[in-house]
Design a protein around this ligand. Structure first.
Ligand SMILES: [Zn+2]
Length: 492
């Protein structure tokens, strides 16, 4: 996809479509007013008649407007101007792009940046790229047709470049999630990481089953045992900072397909289980962005890749396994496998001297029961670190909510009678939190924030601004965290 700036007058521009905005009060942006003038007041009239809405993400279309060289104009609602931020910029541009991508269009010009900050323009460009791409990877007749060229009015080259990197990173994560499990399994998933690591100069290690054995990753290996696909562990590293600068570790759950194992899921619950590797796919998207943006920080990305299947060799309910850290775990449900994989990967993050950790996982249905499908759950052992992650998410317009980790209320629940801990809580109440309590056992005193993305990582139905399937949620937030990590260090 070509992305370039344009300085042309809006009325002179040749494009398949032009995108302009109107806010919730019905106020046309500067560029929309120019179109209004060129069309003899048509736009203002349609807004007054409420044919065109300023509600965030609503899109009205003017076909073959007189006085313009563009084939059509999409007028997108920008919502309340008081609340306008990066999230709204992303959503508005994405909604316009998705609507226009219903037909094949070569060139689409966005005249939305009037009065926007550079960060908002970057988010808008990212949104335009994400909105026009669909999950229809294997459809002969596509539902969405990604544009060949995006023009953005009056944007700096540097902002276009970073917006493009963000857009491509979100789309990479989405595509990895949308690929079927026959295409993405531990080895092939690791091979994808090798491809982009080489292209963008990231360090990479891939551990095979023999290395995992040598490294005592018995929890991860136990989950993998029921599958004919051998597991992998991927370690990506971006050394943008000095050798003594702190290390940010991003840890992703990469269960490329989760049947539930012997605690097998019913078909309906299994339908979306190709997305159980979304945490790892998010880490891959972020690492790619961090490398391409050349952020002057040290970031490592670790992903545990396994397939959770049934088989003669599968791990069993009642098994006791010894995690890499030496803690013993009683397995009381083989479908609570993500936390077992993460236990070993988190332990490795500590060994690699991470100063701060964020893990991402489609971990629990309980988190969706608590927060719905659009909100990620945050859990932490360190409130300032969690606050920093939450602030970045708020600023990027990605919805998160923190859940409590009260020791008195939850710690007892993961105690086992035969081992140090067990992999489920007492009954089903508070399941998102007992899962986090389990993970907390493997991060020591290192500040750590766990992000349960079971809800927002995958859309069953499309949104006006995003096709269904993998969403790429949290890529933008984590890139922002890495950028602030930079700023923090520069202040010091
Ligand atoms: Zn599971």
């Amino acid at each position: 996809m070509i992305i370039s700036p344009t300085d042309l007058e809006i009325t002179d521009l040749e494009a398949d479509a032009i995108v302009v905005g109107v806010d919730a009060q019905g106020t046309l942006t500067q560029e929309a007013r120019e179109i209004d003038a060129a069309t003899g007041g048509l736009l203002a009239r349609l807004v007054a008649q409420e044919e065109i809405s300023g509600k965030l993400g609503k899109v009205g279309i003017l076909l073959a407007p007189p006085g313009l060289r563009a084939g059509q104009v999409a007028v997108v609602g920008l919502g309340e101007s008081r609340q306008f931020g990066r999230g709204q910029a992303f959503r508005a541009a994405a909604a316009a792009a998705k609507r226009l991508a219903e037909r094949r269009r070569r060139r689409v010009a966005f005249f939305l940046g009037d009065g926007w900050s550079e960060q908002q323009v970057e988010s808008g460009i990212c949104g335009a790229m994400v909105g026009c791409r669909g999950q229809d990877l294997y459809r002969t007749e596509k539902n969405l047709h990604a544009f060949e060229e995006i023009l953005w009015d009056d944007a700096y080259e540097t902002v276009l470049a970073s917006g493009r990197i963000l857009g491509e990173s979100v789309n990479l994560t989405r595509q990895l999630v949308n690929e079927p499990p026959s295409r993405i399994y531990p080895e092939s998933f690791a091979a994808e990481a090798e491809k982009f690591a080489e292209e963008f100069g990231l360090g990479i290690e891939v551990w095979d089953e023999q290395r995992l054995e040598e490294e005592r990753c018995h929890a991860l290996l136990a989950v993998a045992r029921g599958s004919s696909r051998p597991p992998r562990l991927v370690i990506l590293s971006h050394r943008g900072g000095g050798p003594d600068d702190p290390i940010l570790a991003l840890v992703g759950k990469g269960v490329t397909f989760d049947s539930g194992g012997l605690s097998i899921k019913p078909t309906d619950s299994m339908k979306t289980m190709k997305c159980d590797m979304a945490g790892a796919a998010t880490v891959f998207g972020v690492m790619q962005a961090v490398a391409r943006l050349e952020l002057p920080v040290n970031v490592i990305g670790l992903a545990g890749l396994v397939e959770n299947m049934v088989g003669g060799n599968a791990y069993k309910v009642g098994d006791v396994i010894s995690a890499r850290s030496g803690k013993t775990i009683e397995v009381l449900n083989t479908d609570a496998e993500g936390r077992l994989v993460l236990a070993d990967v988190l332990d490795l993050a500590l060994e690699r001297k991470a100063n701060r950790i964020i893990d991402l996982a489609t971990l629990t249905g309980a988190c969706m029961v608590a927060l719905g499908t659009d909100v990620a759950g945050l859990m932490t052992n360190d409130q300032p670190w969690c606050d920093a992650v939450r602030q970045a998410a708020d600023d990027c317009g990605e919805a998160v909510w923190q859940l409590p980790m009260f020791p008195d209320c939850y710690d007892e629940q993961i105690q086992s009678k035969v081992a140090d801990i067990k992999n489920v809580g007492e009954g089903r109440w508070g399941g998102a939190i007992t899962a986090a309590k389990f993970l907390e056992q493997f991060v020591g005193k290192t500040p750590w924030t766990h992000v349960d993305i079971a809800g927002p990582a995958f859309l069953e139905n499309p949104k006006p601004w995003l096709d269904a399937g993998g969403t790429g949620v949290f890529v933008r937030t984590l890139v922002e965290v890495a950028r602030r990590w930079t700023a923090e260090m520069n202040d010091a």
